[in-house]
Design a protein around this ligand. Sequence first.
Ligand code: ZN
Ligand code: ZN
Length: 383
Amino acid sequence: MAKRDYYEVLGAKKGASADELKKAYRAKAKELHPDRNSDNPQAEAQFKEVNEAYEVLKDDQKKAAYDRFGHAAFEGGMGGGPRPGGYGQQGDFASAFSDVFEDLFGDFMGRGGGGGGGRSRAQRGSDLRYNMRVSLEEAYTGSQKSITVPTSVTCDICHGSGAEGGAEPVTCPTCNGMGKVRAQQGFFTIERTCHQCNGMGQIIKNPCRTCGGQGRVQKDKQLSVNIPLGVETGTRIRLAGEGEAGLRGGPNGDLYIFIEVKEHALFQRDGVHLFCRVPVSMPTAAMGGEIEVPTIDGGKARVKVPAGAQSGKQMRLRSKGMPALRSSNTGDMVIELAVETPVNLTSRQRELLREFEKLSEENNPEGSSFFSKVKSFWEGMKG
Ligand SMILES: [Zn+2]
Ligand SMILES: [Zn+2]
């Protein structure tokens, strides 16, 4: 079954804020809570689904990856490295259950508040997507490709701190590093994000002039990418840490290479198998013979054509197809004969074909089985 969209699962809009997501999650979690749904057998599965969705969307990194790539962000991927985060798995019911409790009641029990001290200072860099087209030959042999990715890298001058001369940021004087300020309004105390430090809890006194205090600069990054053999259109290669630089010491994002394999003039691909239509002359098809067919490794293979081969006849050449990705298996090449009717005949060829036709009638006076079926069909209609 296809996975439902996480936002849909929570009943939230795409691009909903963290608060809105939390609200939506709480409403759903309450509605589906096992205590209230002892008579609804679907509730448990839905409850898990809601948990899984929120698990991803409440986390900035996971959410960014999900917004960019959908569920594909958490599938195995082809990069070989660890999955992005290794989540996406549904925990067992008991652990999903305890998560909800923490989330629903954490704030009331004082766990959610306090602590602030610039906890959102470091920020992970964004993931980047790079679309790469490769030829079928490159997919066959695997290849090494140099690419240029416009991205942002850590500023060399301030080493990512954003402060001139590499000075450390200082605690924000407005909020004393809490990232939040409180204001009394009637009976209520209202907590707001600090405007001076934007909730970071720290400020930079003299921003680095090279990066404007960002701690990173735009730059074209040269990368060498290893394209494993057997890649297909849709294969993703993940280069961990090669995405945008993180902010203020946060980790880099990842770079995802999306592969598209170009159409080939001779071969059509179906997974690991290749298909090739090969023309064969009428005399060769009639009398049998040998033909030469191209193979994807740039070589050729000799193939025996049996006497009397018809157009559409398929022959399989074992292990002449594509290598399977990350496996030692190799597909086959299937060739399909296309018998060519001779064209632009000379008078001599005409003469010979007429003679040939005459001999054919004498050789087989009954005609082909098709025509004998036609004959008996007509006779049947009369009777
Ligand atoms: Zn800088
Ligand atoms: Zn502040």
